[in-house]
Design a protein around this ligand. Structure first.
Ligand code: BGC
Ligand code: NOJ
Length: 820
């Protein structure tokens, strides 16, 4: 069943009942301040780093789920019979006469009503400011006067989210606040824990009106044994004016308002992060310098100012998403490719894998391979930021071409705890840089001096980084001439040198065995896919010798795959530390894997001799399901010490035969290489959330974003998704639909047009901003083809070939493509 619908004109998903099968969230923020915001106003916010600079507390895995957010409690009535309710449904689960949550591009709106009192809230992070704005409006829809008490509520996190959840012996004594609630003007609660010592930042929770009271101590507001659903202060009808000292600081404003029949009142709440220079920390002894907070509250003092900021945010998104738009009869595909998929790509750009409802924000840094792949999905939207990201990532590479697997966003330094040794990592840098150059034509990036291991003394050009990346798998090969896998390749759970017997030991960072034997066919295939781009980059920058040498290395690698990476009906996956095959018909479980098949065909291996088609047919036969392609079959029934984490999962989940959506688009792309548009689209649509909107009770995750995993056919709840939002699926599905199905693909020389679509798709239109020009591309498939172009005209003139040059003239160009 459905829990809402897409409002395509508004670019919003409209949730029509609050009890969604899982909290359905949105992300607020596009620069450095971010909020996670659920359809019942749950979530939290942080500045730059979800672990170190978290403003508000959030309890993962809580009961009930998703409690904790920015809440408003309403008390309708002047006496003890007053009706107390929460307009975002949670945390009181109030019965609502109306409810709607609209998640839009960088903002969310919740509107509800009960007993003639209407409430609406719009929440967003304005451009260029470090705060969330929550503008709320109350309307008396009844025909009698209403006396309302509004209580706001946020619970502060003591900044370091990990420490906040663990170090209670200290934390219960350090909480400090200041309160400024003058009779006139705005009211503000300041959370200044640890400001007295080594922090020079604090949080402010303000509202643009004077208040009748406040609370800053959680126990005073809620009552020690109460939950968020029964706050004592609200039921008493009066805030306690509590001043937190230790324990759990919160921020709650109490506003009393009389609303005549038909009357509305609007309030602007601001939850902000403020920082002072070291020498300007204090206003007076023990009093924080509040100037930055006052300036912020002043800036958003009026509803008009908040509206203006929201309008600016809307323009930002309109311009951004204007860079690639799609019109087609298939509305599901058009809204995903044109709007939501790209939106999700921007979220992965901002968050990497740090903070979602599945990633706690304290665990993971920016991944080397993840960030490079994410880039494929946003480079067309924010090329300058992609450039900066590439340089940050490359700076964490080691001089031998290997890489820190992760780096920390605040310091941009490699993460020692995780270290290196994931032998696919180096290649993703080539993939990211090639995508950037194809998008922008900026070969200059190759000459940028970039440190190795964050050490300026080791700096060399980005080109040298790519060179080292390229040769890493070439110089680290095993007995079959295939790349050594190291700790793991793209599949973090193929830990072939781990041999772990110790419970809780990290599969990814433990190497109990230095086999020097375990090899990955996938790395070879990735090499064969990105290698030619590297060779081309060499050639185009006058490095012909490098280009030729690289081409020889690619040919040798492909030979190794042909010789030792083919299993008869599909591509092998790997060799383990004993030299045994993984992903072979000889294996009892894990006979066939998706990754090496998708990627080998993407790289063009086996196309000429029919093995590619055979491999994809085998994928279809053995791995395909109603909800997408599972990662492997048969699922591992037992733990295999020589395989690692992949065999630790119960069958059907995650890497053990789950539908790991990230690599489904590899098969989609591979299918387009064979010209099989019907099958390519089928694999695209199966994991595309919009096609499963009416199946939301089973799928459970948001119908507007991809999830990392959907339970495979061996799982109890086959079809149930998990881990929505922060997944490489976003970038790769965008690549698959935009570049390979719709077939508008940036290449070094311009925009290549090569649609590969279902034969019953009559055509479509794509507008694409590319290197300072706009391309309006209309594809006519009245011929009912899957692939093949009869003619192309550019601005009315016949065009030979299917690469449209980079006009770079700031103009609109009309491209008409007739398939046939
Ligand atoms: C997951 C992988 C993930 C890895 C990251 C594993 O538990 O199964 O999907 O990449 O953790 O650390
Ligand atoms: C999620 C990780 O973020 C990614 O790096 C990895 O490739 C996949 N899981 C597969 O294991």
């Amino acid at each position: 069943m459905q829990y809402g619908f897409f409002d395509d004109n508004a670019r919003e998903y409209v949730i029509t009942r609050p009890d969604t099968p899982y909290p359905w969230i949105n992300y607020l923020g596009c620069e450095d301040f971010f909020g996670l915001f659920s359809n019942t106003s749950g979530g939290y916010c942080f500045y730059r780093d979800a672990k170190m600079l978290r403003l508000t507390r959030y309890r993962y895995n809580n009961v009930p789920t998703d409690t904790g957010g920015r809440y408003f409690y309403l008390r309708d009535g002047a006496d003890s019979s007053a009706d107390v309710w929460t307009p975002s449904w949670m945390p009181m689960k109030s019965k609502l006469d109306r409810y709607e949550c609209r998640h839009g591009m960088g903002y969310s709106r919740i509107s509800s009503a009960r007993n003639g009192l209407a409430f609406s809230q719009v929440s967003f992070v304005p451009l260029h400011d470090k705060c969330e704005i929550h503008k709320i409006t109350l309307t008396n829809e009844s025909n009698v006067d209403k006396y309302i008490d509004i209580f706001s509520f946020v619970e502060f996190c003591l900044w370091n989210a990990n420490d906040d959840m663990t170090n209670f012996q200290r934390n219960f004594s350090i909480g400090e606040v200041e309160i400024e609630c003058p009779p006139e003007g705005s009211s503000a609660i300041y959370h200044k824990t640890e400001y007295r010592e080594r922090r020079n930042h604090y949080a402010v929770w303000g509202v643009n009106v004077p208040v009748s009271g406040f609370d800053t101590d959680r126990q005073s507001f809620l009552g020690l044994y109460n939950g968020f659903d029964s706050p004592a202060a609200v039921f008493n009808g009066q805030a306690g004016d509590s001043v937190a000292s230790g324990w759990a600081p919160i921020g709650s404003h109490h506003i009393k308002v009389k609303l005549s029949a038909g009357e509305s009142k609007t309030y602007v709440f601001v939850l902000g992060y403020c920082e002072n220079p070291e020498d300007q920390k204090w206003e007076a002894q023990g009093k924080i310098n509040k100037k930055p907070a006052r300036d912020l509250l002043e800036k958003y003092r009026t509803p008009e100012a908040a509206d203006k900021a929201l309008a600016e945010l809307n323009v930002y998104w309109k311009n951004l998403l204007g860079k690639f738009t799609v019109e087609a009869d298939d509305k599901k595909m058009a809204r995903m490719a044109g709007v939501w998929n790209q939106y999700q790509c921007m979220v992965t750009f901002n968050m990497s894998r740090s903070a979602s409802y599945f990633e706690s924000g304290i665990g993971r840094g920016m991944g080397f391979r993840d960030s490079n792949q994410d880039l494929l999905g946003f480079v067309h939207l924010v090329p300058e930021r992609a450039r900066a990201r590439i340089l940050d990532i490359a700076a964490t590479q080691f001089p031998d071409g290997s890489a820190y697997h992760q780096y920390q966003p605040l310091t941009k330094r490699g993460n020692n705890e995780i270290g290196s040794g994931f032998n696919d990592d180096p290649l993703w840098l080539i993939c990211g840089v090639a995508a950037y150059i194809k998008e922008t034509g900026d070969y200059g990036i190759l000459e940028e001096k970039v440190p190795f291991d964050n050490n300026d003394e080791l700096a060399d050009t980005l080109f040298v980084h790519l060179l080292r990346s390229f040769y890493y798998p070439v110089t680290n090969t095993g007995p079959h001439g295939l790349p050594l896998i190291g700790r793991a390749d793209w599949n973090d759970c193929l830990n072939l040198n781990c041999f772990s017997k110790t419970p809780g030991e990290s599969f990814q960072t433990t190497a109990n065995y230095e086999s020097g034997v375990a090899e990955s066919v996938l790395i070879a295939a990735i090499f064969a896919f990105v290698g030619p781009d590297f060779a081309e980059i060499c050639r185009r920058t006058g490095r012909n010798d490098d280009a030729e040498r690289a081409e020889r290395a690619i040919a040798t690698m492909i030979e190794a795959v042909n010789k030792h990476g083919w299993d008869g009906n599909w591509f092998l996956r790997a060799y383990d530390a004993y030299g045994n095959k993984i992903g072979s018909n000889e294996c009892e479980d894990g006979k066939i894997y998706i990754e090496s098949n998708g990627f080998s065909v993407m790289a063009g291996i086996g196309i000429e001799d029919g093995r590619a088609a055979k491999a994809l047919d085998s994928v279809k036969e053995h791995l395909d399901t109603k909800y997408g392609i599972v990662l492997l079959q048969p699922a591992y029934k037992d733990y295999h010490i020589e395989l690692g984490e992949v065999s630790s999962y119960p069958p059907g989940y995650k890497e053990n035969a789950g539908i790991f959506c990230h690599n489904n688009p590899w098969v989609t792309i591979a299918e387009t290489r064979l010209g099989r548009g019907n099958r390519a689209f089928e694999t695209y649509a199966k994991i595309c959330p919009a096609y499963r909107e009416d199946d939301s009770s089973l799928r459970r995750m948001e119908p507007y974003v991809y999830a990392q995993m959907v339970a495979g056919k061996d799982a109890v709840r086959h079809g149930e998704a998990k881990n929505s939002w922060l997944t490489g699926t976003a970038a790769w599905t965008f690549v698959s639909i935009s570049q390979y199905i719709l077939g508008v693909r940036p290449v070094f020389d311009g925009l290549l047009i090569e649609p590969c679509i279902p034969s019953d798709m009559k055509g479509f239109t794509v507008t694409r901003h590319f290197r300072d020009a706009d391309y309006h591309i209309t594809v006519d498939n009245s011929a009912g083809k899957e692939k093949g172009i009869k003619s192309i005209t550019v601005d009315g003139n016949a065009h030979s070939g299917n690469v449209i040059p980079a006009f770079s003239d700031g103009k609109v160009h009309k491209i008409l493509v007739v398939m046939g």
